[in-house]
Design a protein around this ligand. Structure first.
Ligand code: 1HE
Length: 265
């Protein structure tokens, strides 16, 4: 088992509680949690170790009033990167965000303030997004003379569709509130995104880890497959998950009528 609480992190902070809920904090509020190269390396390190750390769910939150301002534009300005250099920067972003999306551990993002550019790419690598009334989403790359490089063409397009993503990038359109929920940028809009994120993380943590592993990795993998291969992979995954010991006890509880029934609130 890997210990993640002791990892040498500066731009992130991590703490795990006794229920196995890890809190990962973007901890660069003076720079609005802009993603510099060092922060991306910390995300790679952390999310490489996290699936083997016995963590049952993650709340991804931020210090300060903004979730994340995206690419560190000042670092990028001064770094004098070549095209090849920036391609490698993007590959590290992909490494970090793929580690998250395919981790097999539920990641619930507690959003607030700006979730823009690379900040939206980061949020879209989480499995559930919870916004509050201060949260707003944008892809200002076009206005900055840039293009997305952290997976937005895959994940944001997947959330909102190609036409909306192109509109956001061309015109700087900002989504917030109920409209952001309606277009798929977030699944919840609440007063307090952090407390809702913990509530969701604790609910997810009640599921057997093997079920969550399948939910938080297999669905993403299957989206990369042909329908025929995805159906085959689904059968294989279900064969393993649906015959696990932890399922048996839950099925017995249903059969003997001690398990909770599915009801509307
Ligand atoms: C930054 C960054 C940043 C703030 N890189 N340093 N992303 C953007 O285009 C968004 C850019 N940021 C903003 O629009 C605003 O900063 C915010 C709306 C997020 C916040 O506004 P505000 O008024 O609270 O803060 P501020 O005064 O603009 O910034 C405070 C400090 O944070 C300041 O540093 P200081 O040393 O002068 O105090 C800013 O420079 C710093 N800061 N945002 C660097 N993004 C893989 S490709 C991905 C491509 C993209 O992500 S493009 C979208 C980039």
């Amino acid at each position: 088992m890997t210990r993640i609480d002791d990892l040498p992190l500066a731009n992130l902070a991590v703490a795990t509680d006794e229920d196995g809920i890890a809190t990962v904090t973007l901890n660069r509020p003076a720079k609005r949690n802009a993603l510099n190269a060092a922060t991306i390396e910390e995300l790679v390190t952390l999310f490489s170790a996290l699936p083997r750390a016995g963590v049952r769910a993650v709340v991804l939150r931020a210090e300060g009033p903004h979730f994340c301002a995206g690419l560190d534009l000042v670092e990028h300005l001064h770094a004098g990167r070549t095209a090849a250099d920036f391609m490698h920067v993007c590959l590290r972003w992909h490494e970090a965000f793929n580690k998250m999306e395919y981790s097999g551990v539920p990641i619930i993002a507690a959003l607030k303030g700006a979730v823009v550019g690379g900040g939206l790419e980061l949020a879209s690598a989480a499995h559930v997004r919870v916004a509050d009334v201060s949260t707003y989403f944008a892809l200002p790359e076009g206005q900055r003379g840039l293009f997305t490089g952290g997976g937005a063409t895959i994940r944001v397009a997947d959330l909102v569709g190609k036409a909306r993503m192109i509109d956001m990038m061309l015109t700087g359109r900002v989504y917030r509130g109920e409209e952001a929920v309606a277009v798929g940028l977030c699944q919840y809009l609440v007063e307090d995104s952090e407390s809702k994120a913990y509530e969701l993380a604790r609910a997810a943590a009640q599921n057997p880890p093997l079920s969550n592993f399948a939910i938080c990795s297999a669905i993403s993998h299957m989206q990369n497959m042909s329908a025929l291969d995805a159906a085959y992979a689904e059968a294989v995954v279900a064969g393993v998950v649906n015959t696990q010991g932890e399922a048996r006890g839950r099925l017995e509880a249903f059969a003997d009528k001690t398990a909770a029934r599915v009801r509307p609130d």
